[in-house]
Design a protein around this ligand. Structure first.
Ligand code: SAH
Ligand code: SF4
Length: 348
């Protein structure tokens, strides 16, 4: 079966021409997929029945199968998808009060980076996702929102996997989010653990997409203990690449800081971070740790985080604490998959 989400408009035109259809048919199918955003071929009512029948026998709209889903009290909707080869990946939809509808999507099945506190890192790497598999996670939410008259407005690549370890597929998917789903570059965020050559390459892409870098520690020895990738590219190299990004793009960079009680939430840590970031156009996103099975750390208490933010202010480094959404449904990266596998609901 052909997956229609794999097709560009040119590819679709070539296919339908080969089938003996007039040229405008491809455009019609395209509009159903990406403007009206329907999920079935039967909904494409201006196509002749014969074409709809042929499309039904030879094509599908997407290949992701829902393996499990959970909705949280705060409206966060978390989904586990099964890929055609049986791999499981997670995607989350987060509605905010101000009309924003944000999808958090995965770039790989598992992850090779081994960050000690991360549920995905604890699973190890399974395989790269294709550009379509990345794109389709967002497209699915966009289609479902369309049935309620709503639009997907933001996408963050903060699900399972390291997007810059799957650079080309990620960038292809990001361009499709902009071109085919109409999501503004500024409303897309790519989060990286700090792959230095790719940060530089990304700076040269000339995109207005937001870059987030997972920092979590401000000295090499400590950061290496949490994020093994720091052995490969240390903080000096990482910060040089971040400065290059800001100079090249004129865009602010976001740093992520998973606040772990007693570990990186102290005044001393705040001063180290302030010194590291002062003078750089940036913002720090503090996310209290989501506890995971393979790591003993606990989330930093909110009052400690407030003190941490006040210290950063002395260095003119802006920071905000991000409320953990979907906390009652394991909405941390990789956590739904681990929870469900533990429950034995899904056999791999
Ligand atoms: N691989 C990329 C993007 C996916 S992870 C990266 O590491 O940046 C998205 C964010 O979630 C990262 O900042 C990561 O450090 C953070 N994260 C992972 N596990 C977490 C946990 N248990 N609690 C809080 N944040 C976590
Ligand atoms: Fe991979 Fe990001 Fe998890 Fe690290 S935090 S293991 S890079 S998904």
């Amino acid at each position: 079966m052909l997956n229609l989400y794999d097709f560009s408009l040119d590819d679709l035109t070539a296919l339908l021409t080969e089938w003996g259809e007039p040229k405008f048919r491809a455009k019609q199918v395209w509009e159903w997929l990406y403007d009206k955003r329907v999920s079935t071929l039967d909904a494409m009512t201006n196509l002749p029945q014969s074409l709809r029948d042929r499309l039904k026998t030879e094509t599908v709209i997407g290949t992701l199968q829902v393996a499990a889903e959970q909705s949280s009290k705060d409206g966060t909707h978390k989904r586990l998808y099964r890929l055609p080869d049986g791999q499981l990946i997670e995607a989350v939809l987060m509605p905010y009060d101000d009309d924003r509808r944000t999808a958090c999507i995965s770039s790989q099945a598992g992850c090779a980076m081994g960050c000690v506190f991360c549920a995905t890192g604890q699973m190890g790497f399974a395989r790269q996702l294709t550009a379509t598999e990345i794109f389709e996670q967002a497209a699915r939410f966009a289609v479902e929102l369309a049935t309620q008259g709503e639009r997907l407005s933001n996408v963050v690549l903060m699900g399972m996997g390291e997007p810059f370890h799957n650079y080309d597929a990620t960038l292809t998917a990001v361009r499709r989010l902009m071109n085919d789903l109409g999501i503004g570059a500024r409303h897309i965020t790519i989060s990286t653990v700090g792959l230095v050559p790719q940060i530089r390459r990304f700076a040269d892409e000339n995109l207005q997409v937001t870059l987030a870098v997972s920092l979590h520690k401000a000295t090499d020895e400590e950061r290496t203990a949490l994020l093994p990738v720091n052995k490969r590219w240390n903080l000096d190299e990482l910060m040089a690449a971040c400065h290059y990004y800001v100079e090249k793009t004129g865009r602010r960079i976001t740093f992520e800081w998973a606040a772990i009680a007693g570990e990186n939430d102290t005044a001393l840590e705040a001063h180290k971070l302030g010194n590291l970031l002062k003078g750089l156009m940036c913002h720090v996103n503090i996310i209290p740790l989501n506890p995971t099975g393979g790591y003993a750390g606990q989330p930093a208490p909110l009052d400690t985080v407030q003190d941490f933010i006040r210290i950063l202010e002395h260095y003119s480094v802006s920071a905000t604490v991000r409320v953990r959404r979907g906390i009652d449904i394991d909405a941390g990266c990789g956590q739904l998959k681990s929870a469900i596998i533990q429950l034995g609901d899904i056999k791999q």
